[in-house]
Design a protein. Sequence first.
Length: 255
Amino acid sequence: MAPPVRNLGHTATCGICCCLWAVAGSIAVAEPVKLPGIEVNVQARCVDVEATVCLREGTLELVACTKDSKEHESIVAIAARPMHVHAALLLLGAEPGNPAIMKPVEGEDTSWLKVPPRGDLVEVSLVWKKEGGELVERPISDFIVRADSDGIEGKEDKERESLPTHAFLFAGSRLIANGEGPRIYLSDRSGNLISLATFGDELLCLPGVHSRENGALLWEINATQLPELGAEVILRLRPKMRKKFPSSPEKKLQK
């Protein structure tokens, strides 16, 4: 039997999100709400996460990971906790769904259903300052191109197919039981923040299932306009809202 699975949109973030909501409600909307390494701009409707460029060459399975986890296959790494990023997105009214998972069929011990990922769309971009102080914002798709798997050498990055989207699903990772202790938010443990490959525990992911088996892991870095290795940047998450800003997070968290 698979371990119990719950999405963080429920009681695990109730305390965090309600505290954030209380702060947001007590200040002008122009004032950002802050968590460690995260700034929530309620007025601009975006979540800014402090990040560092950790890779400028090679194949990718992730867009972003946590520090000291999977920097060898991610563009940027963050020091913030994915659970806090999740709570920040909830504050802006984004609705989480689930990553791609296998779910047991009720009453059948050996049958499993494939559950596709779902969740509200969140646009992902990088923001940084040029030497003159000018702020630059670019969609994350500008830094991801189709891997050169046809054996043709010397093909310029600008001539290769870019990732066709910079919007990812707010899958919301997973919560699993941990004996009598507090449940574990899997993205905190694995470091999988924003994925190109399907891990089943990521916070943000692409629609569908992406694995070596179906040939979907074919992306690598286009460093043409990417800041230098070790550069400090902002990972900006902007939910694409389908409804108005909610009046309270409590109803959503207590489903």
